[in-house]
Write a protein that binds this ligand. Structure first.
Ligand SMILES: *[C@@H]1O[C@H](CO)[C@@H](O)[C@H](O)[C@H]1NC(C)=O
Length: 247
């Protein structure tokens, strides 16, 4: 039984070509990401390591497609659930995400960052109650035609999100997302890779988040930044999702 599950895992490793956040740092401190092996550990033993990254069943290292934007999966990936721990970062500090297990392969697409208040313990939040506020939105540099995704590739799969310096201390879920657009010229061709992390923000910030957006209201399959031809000179890219809040 164990051997066959290992074989399944090995097979999954050979077909994956996309990715997930393997690990992340909070103000330079290492935190484990949710590894796909943890799913099989959970199936085999009933448990897996306690981490601040969210559990999810993106077992093919895959994505949430536009036809699932109005389902709970868009929040923090497929069948996601809160991590058992909470990492810590200072307001104004940074989270750096490392994508793996292989090099990120998709050079077309924006990278977005969101935060939602837990109003209590993030390890117990109900994902459909989370109200997302966008705090990072990087699309394409018009002069060089370099997408945020390409930047991530040239940064060795690492991406940094800065916590708004004025954000009030408290427990938050941070949502980091790549939207891969290499297939976006066909309906349902964009690929969302959302990843969530429980993070307690410390410091003396004074600002609470503005009203946020439920996951199921973030995107529509025909948004101009979701359904578009990426294989042309881009001069006006409309970043998907709600307005950016900078604190
Ligand atoms: C963190 O993730 C990166 C990207 O997959 C990987 O290369 C690195 O070995 C990981 N570090 C640790 C300590 O797991």
């Amino acid at each position: 039984m164990k051997a066959s599950l290992a074989a399944v895992t090995a097979f999954a490793a050979t077909v994956m070509g996309h990715g997930f956040v393997n690990n992340f740092t909070t103000d330079g401190k290492f935190n484990q990401g949710f590894l796909l092996d943890y799913y099989y550990q959970k199936v085999n033993t009933g448990s897996f390591p306690a981490i601040a990254a969210w559990y999810a069943e993106n077992l093919d290292s895959g994505f949430v497609a536009p036809d699932a934007y109005q389902t709970a999966d868009i929040n923090c990936h497929k069948n996601s659930a809160p991590g058992a721990l909470t990492a810590t970062v200072k307001a104004g500090g940074s989270l750096t995400f490392s994508w793996g297990p292989d090099a990120w392969p998709h050079p077309y697409g924006p990278i977005l960052g969101y935060v939602a208040a837990c109003n209590g313990d993030c390890t117990k939040v109900v994902k459909t109650n989370l109200q997302w506020v966008k705090i990072q939105a990087e699309g394409i540099d018009y002069a060089s035609q370099v997408w945020a995704s390409q930047k991530l590739v040239s940064q060795g799969g690492k991406w940094t999100l800065t916590v708004p310096a004025s954000l009030k201390a408290g427990n938050y879920v941070f949502r980091h997302e790549i939207i891969a657009l290499h297939g976006a010229n066909s309906p349902n061709g964009a690929q969302n890779y959302p990843q969530c992390f429980n993070v307690a923000v410390t410091g003396s910030g004074t600002k609470t988040l503005p009203a946020g957006t439920a996951g199921t209201a973030l995107y529509k399959s025909n948004d101009p930044g979701i359904l578009l031809n990426p294989y042309t000179t881009i001069t006006n890219y409309v970043i998907p999702g709600p307005a950016l809040w900078t604190g």
